[in-house]
Design a protein around this ligand. Structure first.
Ligand code: GDP
Ligand code: CA
Length: 340
């Protein structure tokens, strides 16, 4: 690439996407990313299909994970939610016997959900609410250099079909949060159903963020319930296919397994093998009708490179463990190199 990259758009889920973004933003600031201007603007298009209403509150786990992580508020050890959290609200709800009791709702976190819910009920779209929340968490650190956009303002919810002998049909659909947080993805996912997706429209700024990007990155986020649900918003896949910017992805599957989370279970539900190569082929090369130009795999999966190249993708193998910001920034640099 000859002119410097000034606009980078990232399609993100929660934890994997947020960690990647930490490294990417550190790399931008440090000037270690090839061809990237130090004043580049990063736009995050975040998955909202994990969103759920609980106790009258609208909860947006992926938006909040990105916001708290990049706002330096997250609890890195727990892996979700805020640092210095207390749990009185949760304990009081349990004392009332109010279900569900399995969802972690910290007191500090509740304030976020209260603000969001109030604003939504006052008529603001989720994108405007997100902007208001980010004014607290992201603006002081990043100013205009970081934008967080919900994939859509519409209600879209991932449900997972699981076996249940008590049902006449022998199966039952549970909200994704119930599958993950209550059941710990310990039972097979038979099917993933994204309720409301067909009627959703991309959120304000989302299509522009793809059309006007100098680079689009698909981070090591869940290919089904994070990136898959973003790409499933009508018009989004087409916008990604049409953008003049190179599109590069990084594998969330390393050595045949997810690093954390439940990608293996939900990949099985859509009939895709849990391997770096299969996920790269699932996204596909733009030259072959897919969404990517390049796909980065871990060194353990170096054997996948020729097959990926045969599928029309630029491919390379580098260490893909996001152990710290420096390692993650190096992954971002390698991804940019791959499609430059
Ligand atoms: P979620 O919404 O919290 O599930 O987060 P994402 O969808 O953004 O990311 C989840 C994915 O990140 C999982 O499939 C993990 O395998 C992947 N992941 C987490 N840590 C790492 C890492 O260090 N390296 C790689 N390559 N993938 C990771
Ligand atoms: Ca998520």
């Amino acid at each position: 690439m000859d002119s410097p990259l000034r606009a980078i758009t990232v399609l993100s889920g929660g934890t994997g996407g947020a960690r990647f973004l930490e490294g990417l933003l550190a790399g931008v600031r440090a000037g270690t990313l090839p061809g990237v201007s130090p004043d580049a603007v990063v736009t995050v298009v975040a998955n909202t299909a994990d969103d759920v209403w609980m106790h009258g509150l609208k909860i947006c786990p992926d938006l909040d994970t990105v916001m708290y992580t990049l706002g330096d508020g997250s609890d890195h050890e727990r892996g979700w939610g805020l640092r210095d959290e207390t749990w009185s609200v949760k304990a009081e709800l349990e004392a009332y016997g109010v279900e569900p009791t399995w969802f972690g709702l910290g007191d500090r976190d509740v304030a976020t959900h209260l603000v969001r819910t109030q604003m939504l009920e006052a008529g603001y779209p989720l994108s405007a609410v997100t902007q208001a929340l980010c004014d607290r968490w992201l603006a002081p650190r990043f100013g205009d250099a970081l934008r967080l956009l919900p994939m859509t303002d519409d209600r879209v919810e991932t449900h997972v079909v699981i076996a249940d002998e008590a049902e006449p049909s022998g199966r039952r659909a549970v909200h994704f949060q119930e599958y993950w947080v209550r059941l710990h993805a310990s039972v097979p996912a038979e099917q993933v159903v994204v309720v409301g997706q067909g009627d959703a429209t991309p959120g304000p700024g989302v299509l522009e963020a793809l059309a006007e990007a100098d680079l689009v990155v698909v981070p090591p986020s869940n290919p089904v319930v994070s990136v898959g649900t973003i790409l499933g918003v009508p018009g989004l896949r087409e916008a990604l296919r049409a953008t003049p910017a190179p599109v590069v992805g990084l594998s969330p599957i390393v050595g045949g397994h997810h690093v954390r989370g439940m990608a293996e279970q939900v990949l099985a539900a859509i009939g895709v093998q849990a391997s770096a190569e299969a996920v790269g082929r699932h996204y596909g090369a733009r030259s072959e009708g897919g969404v990517l130009d390049g796909w980065l795999v871990d060194t353990r999966d170096a054997g996948a490179v020729p097959g990926l190249e045969a599928a029309g993708l630029r491919a390379a193998a580098v260490p893909l463990m996001m152990t710290d910001e420096t390692a993650t920034a190096a992954m971002a640099a390698a991804a940019i190199d791959l499609v430059s």
